[in-house]
Structures are given as C-alpha cells and as structure tokens.
Design a binder for this molecule. Structure first.
Ligand code: NAD
Length: 356
C-alpha cells in the first residue's frame, strides 16, 4: 500500500532548559489564570510548597496526595480540593502519577494544566487519562487533559534516584520502540522516535554514572519529550498492553515493568517489524550483528535496571493467567498474538533471559 496517514500535532507550549521553572508564574498569567492548585506526590510536598511560595498570590494551594495509577478516591479528593480553593488551573509538579492526577481534575472540572515533569514517563505530552477503581484501570483520550504548557527543567531531575532513572528512561524508550511499528505510524513520529531513542541511549549511562550531570539529564529529558510525543500521537501495541495488564492485575511497578518487558517484546515483534528493528539498533549504536532486542537488554542491564519480573513481585504461577489477560482484548500488533509465544515471552522476562 502506498504511504497514507493521519498526523495529529497536539497543541501545546514547551519551555525547555535549566532554570525554566522560574518562568512558571509568567506562564500561569499567559494562560489567563490567577489561582492555580499545585499537585505533587507526598514525597515532593516540600518542593511543591516552595514552588507555591515562589508563585505568590497566583498559587491557590498545594495538594501533595498523588499516587500511582490515580485511584478514583484520590481523584475525587483532588477535585474537591480544587473546588474548595476555587482553583482555575493546576500545576503538576512530578512524574506520571502527578500529571495523571491533574488530568483527572481536568476531566472533571475542565481546569487547564501546566505540567512540570520530573521523570521520563511522558504523560505531559499525551491526551490520555487513566483512573483506577476496584482494581481496574480505565483509560481514555480527551483533549481537555492535554497540558497547555510544559516546563522541562532538567535541573529538577538531578535528584531522580538511579533505579528510577533507568526504569523511567526505559519506559520512555518503550514509547519510541512501539511508535516505530505502530499501525497508524507516520514519518514525522518515526523521526521523533528514532531521535528519542538515540538521546536516551547515549545519555542514560552518563546520567546513571553521574546523576548530577546536567548535560546528560537535559539530553535524556529531551529524549523523554520526544518519546512522550510519540506515545500521544500513535497507537501503542503488545508492549504497552502487557505492561498495563501486569501493572493492573499483579500490581507491578509501572516504569520497572516497562524496563523488564521491552527487550522481550522487541524480540517477539522482530520478525514482523524488521525496519523498526534496524532503526532501533542504529539509534542505540549497536555493534554490527547485535540485534535490537539484545541492544535494549544490554543497555538496561549495563545501567543496572532490574531485568527479571521475578524481582518485581510476579510469581511463577502468575505466568499463565498473565498470558490469558494479554490475549483477552485483541489489539493491533505487528506480529499476531500467539498463546505459546506470549507465554514464552513472559517466562523469558520472568527469568531475565537475554534475547538471542
Ligand atoms: P511516579 O510519578 O509515580 O514517580 C515515581 C516516584 O518517583 C514517586 O515516588 C515520585 O514521588 C518520585 N519522583 C518523581 N520525580 C522525582 C525526582 N525528580 N526526584 C526524586 N523523586 C522523584 O512514576 P512515573 O513512572 O513517572 O509515572 C507512572 C504513572 O504515570 C503510571 O500510573 C502510568 O500509568 C502513568 N503514565 C501515564 C501516561 C499517560 O499518557 N497518561 C504516560 C506515562 C505514564
């Protein structure tokens, strides 16, 4: 079939660079807002309070109660607080969990979001929201939840712990990998995906060795921006569905699960997506003859990522139900879903076997 695609360029404004957080007040006013609620996780409360103090009267208050996967009760409490304080917008200072909470508020009250990401998760670049109730995570797309302004200030991630750095970095790389073989992919997004992979692969090792290396942090954060744009623009496949179900059904940690699963899904899809694999291997600077899945595995392992599902809390008897869950809701993937091959994929990931 000849080339045909739909390209969504999401509206939005990005400020990138060390010290750009200092422009937040100006950005709040630029959006015509006068009373923003600052959201954060409990461990980021001090930073959120300091940010509120620096904003002065445009800060309505701080709500540092974000938790992973946006439980519905957490979302309701944040909506209540935004109502009580008569906030007209939110500032999400944190990773995917905090941006996710701001999205839940936007979904309910329509409040515009200014996002200040402090991990590589990429949620700030997507119109995708998620809410968890009764152990089930619902997701959807809504343009109202796409942040209006994103401030990428690499000085804010100098303290991201090494284990989170590598897991979150691999999470971002997963967005790029799946964008390269997306059913609705397009040349612009493929360029972004390749560049995102290149920046993350070349700078994650330096960010691990020297967490306070601002150049390495800026390069990885730029890669995460590109990766988040890919996630928001095209459909993800087997990797994201598997991680979603492992997280939701077995309570595995989000970014770490992505880091473990990615090389194995790449190996599963490799025969059906040779162009994407060539692009991944090239972007990772893989030696002649080394496959893309092996290069992804080696990068994660050399950066000290966890490489076994067994170490993330999955139990061996969970492998069969996890396979069934992965097969339950069909979705586009370059290689058709095959029960025994998916079971093998999960077993390889369980034991942390290096893809051939
Ligand atoms: P997270 O936001 O839960 O952060 C992980 C931990 O790191 C938290 O304890 C947090 O307080 C801490 N942390 C964050 N930044 C830090 C920093 N700079 N220094 C020190 N500690 C820091 O985790 P995450 O991986 O960023 O996000 C995961 C969540 O985001 C999941 O619920 C996932 O489903 C969601 N997500 C959604 C989208 C989307 O488009 N909707 C995209 C990606 C992820």
């Amino acid at each position: 079939m000849s080339l045909a695609f739909t390209y969504n360029a999401w509206p939005g404004r990005v400020l990138f660079g060390a010290g750009t957080l200092g422009q937040l007040g100006e950005e709040v006013r630029r959006l015509g807002l006068g009373h923003v609620l600052i959201l954060a996780t409990p461990s980021h409360e001090a930073e959120a309070v300091a940010l509120a103090a620096s904003l002065g009267e445009v800060a309505a208050g701080v709500h540092a109660k974000a938790v992973m996967h946006v439980p519905a009760s957490t979302a309701r409490a944040a909506v209540e607080e935004a109502r009580r304080l008569e906030a007209d917008g939110t500032v999400a200072l944190g990773g995917g969990s905090t941006v996710g909470l701001a999205k839940a508020v936007a979904l309910e009250l329509g409040l515009p979001i200014l996002a200040v990401p402090t991990t590589y998760a990429g949620s700030e670049m997507t119109p995708i929201w998620g809410l968890t109730e009764g152990g089930l995570k619902k997701t959807g797309r809504d343009p109202r939840v796409l942040p209006r302004t994103v401030i990428y200030d690499p000085s804010l991630i100098l303290g991201l712990p090494p284990a989170t750095t590598v897991a979150s970095g691999m999470n971002a790389m997963a967005h790029c990998v799946e964008a390269l073989y997306a059913v609705d992919g397009n040349p612009i997004i493929s360029l972004m995906a390749e560049e995102g992979l290149r920046r993350l692969a070349r700078s994650l090792p330096s960010a691990m060795r020297e967490p306070a290396n601002l150049d390495a942090r800026a390069d990885t954060l730029c890669g995460a921006w590109l990766a988040g744009t890919c996630l928001g623009a095209v459909s993800m496949a087997l990797h994201h569905k598997l991680c979603h179900s492992l997280g939701g059904s077995f309570n595995l940690p989000h970014a770490e699960t992505h880091a473990v699963i990615l090389p194995h899904v790449a190996a599963y899809n490799a025969p059906a997506a040779p162009e994407a694999m060539a692009c991944i291997a090239y972007a990772l600077g893989a030696d002649e003859g080394k496959s893309a899945p092996a290069a992804l595995f080696d990068l994660a392992a050399s950066c000290g990522a966890m490489i076994r599902l067994a170490d993330l809390g999955l139990r061996e008897p969970d492998l069969d139900p996890a396979t069934e869950i992965a097969l339950a809701a069909p979705y586009p993937n370059p290689r058709p879903l095959d029960r025994s091959a998916i079971r093998q994929l999960l077993e390889d990931a369980y034991w942390g076997r290096r893809p051939a």
